[in-house]
Design a protein around this ligand. Structure first.
Ligand code: C2G
Length: 129
């Protein structure tokens, strides 16, 4: 049973997120998502449109996602990986190299981001309509 983990805010869920989750799941049999809490989003200077509970509801409805846990801090990843016996850590390559320190505990994979879509772009495009 290969266990995969990834982290993010996943606000205004879009096909770029789904592409990431589908490819992350393909590395194993069980995918855990560390979903940024509203408090952690403040630390990340991100103002999510949907609350944590709404974003969690959406993620849990995705066939690739097996478990959603709260992401409260930058440095919980190592503890999550050990506690949840994670084999592979996956992130989009906008984070390339940022989490290489986790290589001591699990495989680290950065996947190419889906081009020309982002939560910020969705907000901008809707705003100007
Ligand atoms: N993503 C992607 N393609 C896009 C947009 C996002 O592959 N067009 C990926 C990101 O690379 C990330 C995941 O989808 O792996 C979630 O994206 P965000 O919600 O923007 O995540 P972020 O705010 O970068 O939070 O501790 C890690 C942070 O919580 C990551």
């Amino acid at each position: 049973m290969k266990r995969v983990i990834t982290y993010g805010t996943y606000d205004l869920l879009h096909y770029g997120h789904i592409n990431l989750l589908r490819r992350a799941k393909a590395f194993g049999d069980y995918l855990i998502v560390g979903l940024s809490t509203d408090r952690f989003n403040q630390i990340k200077h991100k103002q999510a449109y949907f609350s944590y509970s709404k974003r969690k509801l959406l993620l849990e409805a995705i066939r690739y996602v097996d478990l959603v846990i709260p992401e409260d801090t930058w440095d919980q990843k190592l503890e999550d990986i050990h506690r949840l016996e994670v084999d592979i850590f996956v992130m989009g390559d906008d984070w390339g190299g940022k989490f290489d320190f986790l290589m001591a505990s699990c495989e680290v994979v950065y996947l190419e981001r889906t081009k020309e879509i982002s939560t910020t772009k969705i907000k901008q495009d809707i705003f100007v309509r």
